[in-house]
Design a protein around this ligand. Structure first.
Ligand code: NI
Length: 155
């Protein structure tokens, strides 16, 4: 498991670089990210969060299973947006309501460089948008409509 860096670290503000080489080193990085995601009980983890400025995130929404997204690009499907609570492994103990597209089409590559795409809705769609923001140096706290400690507003 890798150390997860937190808000204030300049690496989280960088625009991550595309992956161009699909080698053993990449496989090792992905295995490390997978381990780190599950040990931290996260839904998604972007490479910059473990101080690696590459366009990669891994995610498991608990429904569609674990997936690795390399060089991801998403577009909205329809105009509908949803407001829901988000947190982030790089922003411990802070939660906030963020407006995101309800459904997205994401294009990406797998660990072998093979091009893939999928439509996602619900938590996975939210996760894809949150994690892609990480690759562009953006944290959810910059987009949140409000921020609070603890997951529930009334706590
Ligand atoms: Ni995050």
């Amino acid at each position: 498991m890798s150390h997860i860096i937190t808000a204030g670290n300049p690496i989280l503000k960088e625009t991550a670089k595309p992956v161009t080489v699909f080698d053993k080193k990449l496989k090792f990085l992905l295995e490390n990210m997978k381990k780190t995601l599950y040990e931290a009980n996260g839904v998604g983890l972007a490479a910059p969060q473990i101080a690696v400025s590459l366009r990669i995130f891994v995610a498991d929404d608990g429904v569609s299973g674990y997936e690795e997204y390399i060089n991801p690009e998403w577009v909205p499907v329809g105009e509908e947006k949803t407001i829901d609570v988000e947190g982030c492994l790089s922003v411990p103990d802070l939660y906030g309501e963020v407006e995101r597209y309800s459904e997205v089409l994401v294009k990406y590559q797998d660990r072998h460089g093979k091009k893939k795409q999928k439509k996602a809705s619900g938590l996975l769609a939210r996760c894809i948008q949150h994690e892609t923001d990480h690759l562009n140096g953006v944290l959810f706290i910059e987009k949140a409509l409000s921020l609070h400690k603890g997951k529930d507003v009334d706590e």
